[in-house]
Design a protein around this ligand. Sequence first.
Ligand code: NDP
Length: 475
Amino acid sequence: ARAQIGVTGLAVMGSNIARNFARHGYTVALHNRSIAKTDALLEAHGGDGDFIRTETVEEFVAALEKPRRVLIMVKAGDPTDAVIEELANAMEPGDIIIDGGNALYTDTIRREAAMAARGLNFVGAGISGGEEGALNGPAIMPGGPKESYESLGPMLESIAAQVDGTPCCTHIGPDGSGHFVKMVHNGIEYADMQLIGEAYNLFRDALGFDAKQIADVFTQWNTGDLESYLVEITAEVLNQVDAKTGKPLVDVIVDAAEQKGTGRWTVKSALDLGIPVTGIAEAVFARALSGSRTQRAAAKGLASGVLGEKPTDVAEFTEAIRQALYASKIVAYAQGFDQIAAGSAEYDWDLHPGDLATIWRGGCIIRARFLNRIKEAYEADPTLPSLILAPYFREAIEQAIDSWRRVVVVATQLGIPVPAFASSLSYYDGLRAERLPAALTQGQRDFFGAHTYERIDAEGKYHTLWSGDRSEVSA
Ligand code: NDP
């Protein structure tokens, strides 16, 4: 037994992480349900380092140093449970099972409790970065017992992305917290992608730009505040020319977005926690709308009611779109961090938002210059009531607000859908409002259900005798 780590599940993610471990000098035991993937990996990349080929779970477990560490990278859901059960039967108390798949955090909570009862350490670790990140340094969000991080942490930190000498990996908190945080990361990724999509749509339909022109704008933006992996790859995708037709590739791709579920999970969890993640929710719904192809085909030709002219000052409107994108992005992140704070309170996780901003600076899909600002904001005030209230972001929005409104107005006048831009702006307006229409809502609730209300000028709960003499009583 000489492998420091074992990886089971050698599809795209698992094989690249196994190679990443090997390249960092670890001896890696390899296992996959079907031996073909193990052999394919060894044949193509066996030279990357010291691998141990195993066929059965027993052989795999026997190849590992104690305490044994196994990283599971199989399909999320039932396959993960099946693999955990097999491993647990072959492992011993004190050993560590790490699930690096995209598990739902409530499954991780359940699995951690079941493994703890058997004396095993179970670590649900969110891993982001796709194929390339897995190989060259992902962002890793491990939850689970703190003790297991002592032996596991240094290994994970060594293979993670590094930013300014800091690894993009830290112990997140107990049980399901790592997967919860990864889920919200993915939700933010949905929002970020939707916002970029809305900017692209405006360039195309309000300014009449072609894909190449839009790519140039994104390339330019990637040198400023918006510098990020997603903005960078946006330019790459927009620059891609289709070999078959000679057209921009983006113009021949069907405009129906798919999803694997982590965005939806984020929104469901936010609903349960009572946190408005409107940016993320709009992004999930926008994908759903794009995918409703039958309905969309039937709706072609519906009245547009377009008012107003297209913007004529191209440079000015380009900058306005940039500002709208930046401000909306601040809102999406602020909402995501609110959800993390709420999850932390609900499950007693003691999460540190500044640490998350730190590890999301590299490796993961939402990596961005912007994350440095978030890290600084939480360093300056770990108890920020909202990211929007941090001086840096407050000022950024102050600068952007006129442009943000103008972009939403122009899009609305021209009939261009901007659900995430518009709802982020509405959220911001709601957050800063002196008075919300919720007073009326409370009155209505009291009217039909005697649900009571509070008064602005007195303590306690009150009820109006709506079906009686309409006098007010203390409830
Ligand atoms: P897949 O999600 O496509 O899963 C394929 C792997 O799961 C194969 O190794 C397969 O084995 C194994 N498997 C499936 N069912 C079973 C089962 N019942 N018992 C044992 N093994 C099984 O692989 P990916 O590499 O794309 O992803 C791995 C995990 O990482 C997933 O949870 C995914 O959500 C997550 N993830 C993926 C990212 C990505 O960019 N792809 C990014 C971040 C996380 P076999 O070869 O025998 O079929």
